[in-house]
Ligand binder design. Structure first.
Ligand code: 5GP
Length: 305
């Protein structure tokens, strides 16, 4: 018998919340804010905790210097199966696990565990219609551990866009206020039409609390961020080819012919800027491009499933 609709809804909400909590633990480990032993002990104290629900393999993969091959070797030596959850380890497995990580911590002078990498401000830019929006939407839906900055804009919402999630949709007057109160890290007028800007406070707070942040902005914005935050990481999203970019731009059908021509001209100039960027990611497949961006951000990129 199927459970009633309400129960199923509640269960799926609880599952999403639990997945988020587990992702949060991995982010803390990835950012060196918590050691593996600390997470393991929390799991063993409370079997219903987020820590207990984490697979050992996934947890180890969130350590910056631990790749799949290394993790597989460690699991084999500890006699822990790939699918085992931290909370489900037997007494002997726990003892082996603790011994291994205590030794590792002593040996590495806890280097692997304390702030293995600093939180980063990461910018995703690229030519118009290359699919930045689709890639950042995909990251938003599938990688809850990645914080995506919510820009303010004076354009109106497109169908399906939600205020406060995709953008903060504001009036010209409200945008003036945000700008004059010094709230914005950068602002730009995009395609000679609407105003866009990145609110600074959420970014500052995220970086201070050890989280990396992703900005999906245009080229002017990327350059402004590079000036304001020199150690920001700049990623350029490329189309598989120029023809494909033209197809994507004309295929969207949301802009007039004149607007399309203007955007194509902008895209040509924008493509020439790719050498200013630290990394290039080709957007042939949205899920693949998203995974690469997340990996460049320093997350393991293997949090699916
Ligand atoms: P759209 O209106 O299609 O969502 O976005 C138009 C362009 O504005 C895209 O290239 C997008 O990356 C860029 N954009 C979105 N938010 C910001 C922002 O806060 N600052 C800047 N400079 N560009 C932005």
């Amino acid at each position: 018998m199927k459970p009633p609709e309400v129960d199923r809804l509640a269960a799926s909400k609880a599952a999403v919340a639990a997945r988020r909590a587990r992702a949060e633990v991995k982010t803390q480990v990835a950012n060196g804010l918590r050691s593996i032993l600390d997470v393991a002990r929390a799991a063993w104290i409370d079997r219903s905790s987020a820590e207990a629900g984490l697979r050992v393999r996934e947890l180890l993969l969130s350590l910056p210097k631990f790749g799949p091959v290394k993790v597989e070797r460690i699991l084999a030596s500890l006699e822990i199966s790939k699918s085992r959850k931290l909370g489900g380890l037997g007494v002997r497995q726990r003892a082996r696990f603790e011994r291994w990580f205590e030794a590792e911590e002593a040996e590495s002078g806890s280097e692997t565990f304390v702030r293995a990498h600093e939180p980063k401000l990461v910018v995703l830019a690229g030519p118009t219609a290359v699919g930045k929006g689709a890639v950042s939407d995909y990251i938003r839906a599938n990688y809850p551990e990645v914080l995506i900055s919510v820009s303010a804009t004076t354009r109106s919402p497109r169908p399906g866009e939600v205020d406060g999630v995709n953008y903060r949709f504001v009036s010209d007057e409200e945008f003036d206020e945000l700008e004059s109160s010094g709230e914005m890290l950068e602002t730009a007028i995009v395609h000679n039409a609407y105003r866009y800007g990145t609110p600074a406070a959420p970014i500052r707070e995220a970086l201070e609390s050890g989280r990396s942040v992703l900005l999906e902005i245009d080229l002017q914005g990327a350059r402004a961020v590079r000036k304001a935050v020199p150690d920001a990481l700049l990623i350029f999203l490329l189309p598989p080819s120029w023809e494909e970019l033209v197809r994507r731009l004309t295929g969207r059908g949301t802009e007039s012919a004149a607007e399309q021509a203007r955007r194509l001209a902008t895209a040509k100039i924008e493509l020439e800027a790719q050498d200013e960027f630290d990394f290039r990611v080709v957007n042939s497949d949205v899920a693949q491009a998203a995974a690469e961006v997340v990996e460049l951000m320093g997350f393991s990129g293997k949090n699916q499933g």
